[in-house]
Design a protein around this ligand. Structure first.
Ligand code: COA
Ligand code: NAP
Length: 266
């Protein structure tokens, strides 16, 4: 049977909740859904940043709202998810991408520095997933955890992120196992080095380090936020109805080995 592509990517009236959605890749994902008709809820710590981001989506003609919540606080993130569900209905697509990062060797990282990133990336991912359960559309919801190549490649100066994102991918797999019966799909999207983002500015702050990154990507260039959003649209659509528990790199081949070179010369 010939698939109807126009209908598959029509997200009119669907509720898309983006945790960590006030900037960068996650905001670009929210914007991509907004342009296809979705009602988009964005959550992040800073009330000003998240409200400004939601206002930007409303300027595109979308229904959008911002919620201030720290993913490290299970009650706060549950309240944001509940508030969004009250406004936009059951959550059809949950994007979980709040994260923190900095380059530091293990000897330059305090216990609190390690814990902080694990708390945001890994515990935060669990808090979002767990808090969302009662508000998800069942059957039908798609959950996308935004992971990183550090989940696959051990990477110098990234002990905290490697540990946290590897855990994120396991939360994805276990979520897919436990919630598949309710008709909920859970997948990880693994962005490669994405130009013009906070994450890449922190990890490759100089021209030399930017060149080292692109030299180590088989496709020879940075990716764009839109390329990550495109994968998220597909994964949330009926075109991916049988995809669950997958860890999908969108990285120009970087996670085949190049990602381990990040931080060289730091
Ligand atoms: N090198 C070593 N340690 C660092 C560090 C660095 N560059 N930056 C922060 N830390 C340590 C701090 O010293 C602190 O440890 P200490 O109490 O032992 O001194 C610990 O990390 C927590 O820092 P704090 O600033 O209190 O955390 P926060 O919760 O306010 O912010 C961060 C979290 C550090 C991750 C912050 O950079 C952030 O908010 N990032 C979000 C944006 C981002 O990282 N985007 C990229 C996503 S890939
Ligand atoms: P970014 O712009 O810094 O986005 C991070 C978002 O998370 C912001 O909206 C931030 O807003 C929010 N956030 C941070 N800590 C939070 C917390 N404790 N609670 C709630 N929200 C929090 O980063 P990015 O570079 O676009 O990265 C986005 C995602 O892609 C991350 O998951 C990252 O690991 C992944 N990734 C990025 C790259 C890259 O090249 N950039 C590569 C691989 C993977 P507030 O400050 O308002 O809280």
């Amino acid at each position: 049977m010939k698939p109807n592509l126009a209908d598959a990517f029509d997200f009119s009236g669907k509720h898309v909740f983006v945790a960590g959605g006030s900037s960068g890749i996650n905001l670009a994902i929210g914007e991509a859904f907004a342009r296809l008709g979705a009602r988009v809820a964005l959550a992040s710590r800073s009330p000003e940043r998240v409200e400004a981001a939601a206002a930007g989506l409303r300027d595109l003609g979308a229904e959008a709202a911002g919620f201030s919540a720290d993913v490290r606080d299970p009650e706060a993130i549950r309240a944001a998810l509940g508030g969004a569900a009250e406004r936009f209905g059951p959550i059809d697509v949950l994007i979980s991408g709040a994260a923190g990062n900095f380059l530091a060797p293990a000897t330059g990282m305090s216990a609190n520095g390690f814990r902080t990133v694990v708390d945001i990336d890994l515990n935060g991912t669990f808090n979002v997933l767990r808090g969302a359960h009662e508000f998800l559309r069942k059957p039908g919801a798609a959950i996308l955890n935004i992971s990183a190549p550090q989940s696959i490649n051990p990477t110098a100066f990234q002990a905290h992120v490697c540990a946290a994102k590897a855990g994120v991918d396991m939360v994805t797999r276990v979520g897919a196992l436990e919630w598949g019966g309710a008709g909920v799909r859970v997948n990880s999207v693994v962005p490669g080095p994405i130009d013009g983002t906070e994450g890449m500015d922190r990890l490759a702050p100089t021209e030399a380090s930017r060149k080292a990154v692109t030299d180590s990507v088989p496709l020879g260039r940075f990716g764009t936020p839109q390329e990550i959003a495109d994968c998220c649209l597909w994964l949330s659509s009926p075109m991916a109805a049988y995809v669950s528990g997958a860890i999908i790199p969108v990285d120009g081949g970087w996670s085949l080995g190049g990602a381990s070179s990040l931080g060289k010369g730091f």
